[in-house]
Design a binder for this molecule. Structure first.
Ligand SMILES: O=C(O)CCC(=O)C(=O)O
Length: 269
């Protein structure tokens, strides 16, 4: 099939995992009822986004959250890109996105490769590397709709990583992410559009909804950019489900008319 419906669930986090799971269940069921075949969640949806909580909330791959996501994918007969959660493995904590097929099988596991360590004066300081370990591997899901790349938030700032994904065949890239109120207004929209445009892919960024009272105020503004570089869907800061039709024939036609990927001169750079 050359066309499928993607849904991004822009939901608020909470301190209570059970409450977060109940919210996720509601949103995923609604998106599936509305015809979405691939559904995604935000970064760290089951854990407050703070170094104070990552280890406390972390779970192993055989823990309850991965089981919950697997059951949810199977029950709703959808591909699920499970946002990200703190994953505990060998005493280390990773920011990890698990993905599932329609039967609930894990088909991808992305550990955030670029850790979010920034110090913007008068804005935001965050040092993920104080508590988290970086992953090393590129993640591309093989699905009945084609290849879907998965990366997490700060990964988006490294264009080489996404070019590599496009060259490996990714047609859609999904980014569970949680920009903030300093870098969000400055860089979110333009970065998502340009990753789509440069690589001639659909590019979808799934933020949590904004919670002014939470430990981390996310920017929201989940969005889906087309291979032409325009937005086909864009949320505000509130809880919502964002839908987009991913049309791979359209993607092919953009690539034929403006053959950027063919015109590269890798022997020169
Ligand atoms: O790159 C940014 O500005 C934000 C990144 C971020 O919030 C994250 O990686 O979680």
């Amino acid at each position: 099939m050359r066309m499928f419906k993607l849904a991004l669930c822009q939901i608020k986090g909470s301190f209570d995992k059970k409450e977060s799971m109940a919210t996720v269940t509601r949103y995923v069921e609604t998106a599936a009822e509305n015809g979405a075949q691939v559904i995604s969640l935000p970064e760290m949806w089951n854990c407050p986004y703070s170094n104070d909580y990552f280890r406390e909330y972390a779970e192993a791959e055989d823990g309850p959250t991965v089981k919950f996501l697997s059951d949810l994918a199977a029950k709703n007969d959808i591909y699920l890109i499970g946002g990200s959660i703190p994953e505990l493995d060998g005493g280390k904590v990773y920011n990890t996105s698990f993905s599932f097929d329609r039967s609930g099988q894990i088909i991808g596991k992305h550990r955030k490769v670029h850790l979010f360590d920034i110090d913007v004066k008068g804005g935001i300081r965050f040092m993920e590397s104080d508590t988290l370990t970086a992953g090393k591997d590129m993640t591309i899901l093989d699905t009945e709709f084609g290849k879907i790349g998965v990366a997490i938030c700060y990964d988006v700032r490294f264009p080489e990583w996404f070019r590599k994904m496009a060259l490996a065949g990714a047609k859609l890239i999904v980014l569970p992410a949680a920009f903030n109120m300093t870098t969000g207004p400055a860089h979110w929209d333009i970065t998502m559009r340009v990753r789509a445009l440069d690589n001639q892919v659909y590019f979808a960024a799934n933020s949590p909804a904004r919670d002014e009272n939470g430990p981390y105020v996310a920017y929201g503004n989940s969005c889906i950019a087309s291979p032409w570089g325009d937005f086909i869907a864009h949320a505000d800061e509130k809880e919502s489900i964002l839908y987009g039709d991913i049309d791979l024939d359209y993607e092919d036609s953009v690539r034929e008319q403006l053959p950027l990927l063919k015109h590269r001169r890798p022997e020169l750079y």
